[in-house]
Design a protein. Structure first.
Length: 104
């Protein structure tokens, strides 16, 4: 009876370890997917940030003939505002990913 009990405990321990390893593997896969998603979003934001601010600045320069100082100041204002928007949107994305992984 004692050997059967030990065998049962041993098998239960093996299954527990297998379940833990499977859970860890799934969590690592989720982390990799989330990193890829964040990287894609970050690249998209950076290209749109610099592209839009450059296009607006060039439009202001050629259309209205504004001076370079004014264009540089407007470009900096566009960049700062886009960085603030990006910061708040990333904060929301990270919060959503955290909730997904926590099961909320």
């Amino acid at each position: 009876m004692d050997s059967r009990e030990n065998d049962h405990k041993y098998i239960n321990e093996i299954w527990r370890r297998i379940n833990i390893k499977e859970y860890d593997k799934i969590q690592l896969q989720k982390i990799k997917e989330n990193k890829k998603t964040l990287k894609r979003i970050r690249i998209r934001w950076m290209t749109s940030t610099f592209g839009i601010s450059s296009a607006v600045s060039l439009t202001l320069y050629f259309k209205f003939g504004m001076g370079m100082k004014l264009i540089l100041m407007s470009t900096l204002i566009f960049l700062v505002s886009s960085q603030l928007y990006e910061y708040f949107s990333f904060k929301e994305i990270k919060r959503r990913i955290y909730r997904e992984n926590r099961g909320y």
